[in-house]
Design a protein around this ligand. Structure first.
Ligand SMILES: NC(=O)c1ccc[n+]([C@@H]2O[C@H](COP(=O)([O-])OP(=O)(O)OC[C@H]3O[C@@H](n4cnc5c(N)ncnc54)[C@H](OP(=O)(O)O)[C@@H]3O)[C@@H](O)[C@H]2O)c1
Length: 243
């Protein structure tokens, strides 16, 4: 099927990685629907994306609203799931259990809710792309909560690729990407974190949203690829955290 007749839904498509994925899909000629919770962010994203884009305000943790959103849309060819929870960062000994619950709710549960609801309208042979995170396998002290939530999403990918075939199911696992996701950190700490990453990653820099948007585009287009968790991290996973 030609991309020109296809429609992609990017859940969490109003900022950062999701927005870059939406831009790339529009360039490919697909119609795009982006979602997010915040109305102002949504309106700004739809305006920026321009022709071929539309949007809806839907909270992905809300099963009923998410099911209603997809049911109203009708047939969809590809779904990208870029929603994120809170950070659940920090040393394990003092890791807040309520933060961990919120992180799981905002990512593992939200991404599952979206994938389940999307299945009802996804055409056979279409695709689902989850966004996980390099923290899942990085063994970096202070990231046990993030690692657990992202690894849980990654564990579903090969299972779903088999269970849901011919729908293709993949994930992109980004390293550090310069997006508003980092706004919870003060500017100085964030810069130090980015500089440290750039100094050890073979690519010598942190990622840009379009680095991940392009990888998502590859997984959407590659009809012989399923069950893959694709690291897009500037090679950071190749260097031990202590270096
Ligand atoms: N940036 C990084 O360094 C990095 C690294 C590894 C993995 N990731 C992962 O990449 C994904 C995208 O992150 P990002 O960096 O692009 O973050 P971002 O710029 O903060 O974008 C997150 C998007 O998700 C939407 N969203 C969040 N919660 C939602 C919910 N419950 N329902 C609907 N929409 C929701 C946001 O809009 P509203 O807030 O308006 O709802 C926004 O559109 C996340 O899963 C994140 O964990 C990011």
């Amino acid at each position: 099927m030609s991309a020109r007749n296809e429609r992609v839904v990017v859940v969490g498509g109003t900022s950062g990685i999701g927005l870059a994925a939406a831009e790339r899909q529009l360039r490919e000629g697909r119609a795009v629907v982006v979602t997010g919770r915040g109305k102002a962010r949504l309106d700004a994203a739809v305006e920026k994306l321009g022709e071929g884009a539309s949007g809806a305000s839907v909270d992905a943790t809300d099963e009923v609203a998410t099911a209603a959103f997809f049911a109203e849309l009708g047939t969809v060819d590809h779904v990208v799931i870029a929603v994120t929870g809170n950070t659940a960062a920090g040393p394990f000994e003092s890791l807040s259990i309520s933060d961990l619950r919120a992180a799981a709710e905002g990512k593992l549960i939200a991404q599952t809710v979206v994938a389940q609801a999307a299945l009802k309208v996804l055409r056979p042979g279409g695709s689902i792309t989850f966004i996980t995170a390099g923290s899942a396998g990085a063994a970096r002290p202070g990231t046990a909560g993030l690692a657990a939530v992202n690894a849980a999403v990654e564990a579903m990918v090969p299972v779903l690729a088999v269970e849901l075939a011919p729908t293709r199911v993949n994930a992109v696992s980004p390293g550090i990407i310069d997006t508003p996701w980092w706004d919870w950190m003060d500017a100085e700490t964030r810069q130090a974190t980015f500089d440290g990453y750039a100094a050890t990653a073979p690519a010598g820099r942190v990622g840009r949203p379009e680095d991940i948007g392009d990888a998502i585009g590859f997984l959407i287009d590659s009809t012989f690829t399923t069950g893959l968790v694709l690291p897009v991290d500037g090679g950071s996973r190749l260097r031990p955290a202590a270096l």
